[in-house]
Design a protein around this ligand. Structure first.
Ligand SMILES: *Cc1c(COP(=O)(O)O)cnc(C)c1O
Length: 373
């Protein structure tokens, strides 16, 4: 089956007791035992498992082409769980242009716990190779990177990691459906379902999906069930609902982003456009090879520094000035402000999440905001 069909049907079936086509929402925290003490339906207590969460996990595994998934209360909880599955003293290599929360999890939470991390430019494989040591257990990728949209070569990096007996984990939040990390060799895929998978800026969630049913994934499930940072039933239901339209949304948002990025690349008040779908982008060839579309995220560097970037953001009417991404509405954000003092992001950078509005309206909005009298 093709991905559009999987998105509509995975994890969903007609409810046998009522004929309901849309899956019911199961809020029950506990499930009855049979007279013999067994659990005939496999459900025991909602932290361990819940039918609505189980449906979401089945759908996520099917969509990513993995064998199993674990759904969490946020993308960051999913990230934490992957790192907690390691052992103190282990070492992780991660990108230096990455979701700032992942940097924080590594340096401020997992660092004191005993995990060591090295941040490199993962778009340059030589830097990864240099950073590998005996204790390295995970090479973490986030591609396209955040917020500079650099592309890392998942196929080559997973080959390198396997040669060193290291897991290749890919945060695929920015490119669901349009980038298939498992086909390229990755072992684990992580998502913030808060973004494109939920797709409507109304639910927080995360997921870990595995290519192999192995001890590492069993450890992740153990931490999910024991620690309890699980996706709540209604949150699971909302993400499951969002998944149905994901392929269509990714297609339209990618098309809109290319239109907007092309316009911005020709604008005299824009210094740089970071979008791997532009032919003159340094990563165009690699992105076109490992992604079927170039995604809905665009970053620009405005001429005139931070002040001018803030001025542009202050003047938009259709774009919303907000963090996050992947919803139906377009967002604009001065990224360095939210990343805080340790940010490496250029001060004149604005990050755009392109939504489902008509691209002509988005272009008109940006044109007006960028205009200088
Ligand atoms: C938002 C995001 C996260 C964190 O997810 P939350 O759901 O906010 O905890 C992780 N990685 C990427 C790429 C993200 O955009």
């Amino acid at each position: 089956m093709k991905i559009e069909t999987i998105a509509v049907h995975a994890g969903r079936s007609v409810d046998a007791s009522t004929g309901a086509v849309t899956p019911p929402l199961y809020l029950s925290t506990t499930f009855e035992r049979d007279a013999d003490g067994s659990y005939p339906h496999g459900f025991l207590y909602a932290r361990n498992n819940n039918p609505t969460r189980a449906s979401l996990e089945e759908a996520l595994a099917a969509l990513e082409g993995g064998v199993a998934a674990a759904a969490f209360s946020s993308g960051s909880a999913a990230t934490m769980t992957i790192f907690q599955s390691l052992t103190p003293g282990d070492h992780v290599i991660a990108p230096n242009d990455i979701y700032h929360g992942t940097t924080r999890v590594l340096s401020e939470v997992m660092g004191p716990w005993g995990l060591e991390a090295t941040f490199v430019d993962t778009s340059d494989i030589a830097q990864i190779e240099t950073a590998i040591k005996k204790s390295t257990k995970i090479i973490w990728l986030e591609t396209p990177s955040n917020p500079l949209l650099k592309i890392s070569d998942i196929k080559k990096i997973s080959e390198l990691s396997h040669a060193h007996n290291v897991l290749c984990v890919c945060d695929n939040t920015w490119a669901p459906i349009i980038q298939r990390p498992f086909d390229l060799g990755a072992d684990i895929v992580m998502h913030s379902t808060t973004k494109y998978l939920g797709g409507h800026s109304d639910v927080l969630g995360g997921a870990v999906i595995t290519k192999h049913d192995d001890d590492f994934f069993r450890r992740i499930k153990k931490i999910q069930e024991t620690g309890g940072a699980v996706a709540a039933p209604f949150d699971s239901w909302l993400v499951l609902r969002g998944l149905q339209t994901l392929p269509g949304r990714m297609r339209t948002q990618s098309e809109n982003a290319l239109r907007v990025a092309t316009f911005l690349s020709l604008h005299k008040n824009v210094d740089k456009v970071h979008y791997p779908g532009l032919q003159k982008n340094a990563f165009y060839e690699l992105a076109s090879k490992q992604m079927s579309l170039h995604g809905g995220m665009v970053s620009i560097e405005v001429k005139g520094g931070k002040e001018e970037a803030m001025r542009v953001a202050s003047r938009v009417k259709i774009f919303r000035r907000a963090t996050s991404l992947g919803g139906t509405e377009s967002l604009i954000e001065h990224r360095a402000s939210i990343e805080g003092t340790e940010s490496r992001t250029p001060q004149n950078l604005l990050r755009l999440s392109i939504g489902l509005e008509h691209p002509d309206d988005l272009i008109a909005d940006l044109s007006e905001a960028l205009h200088r009298s």
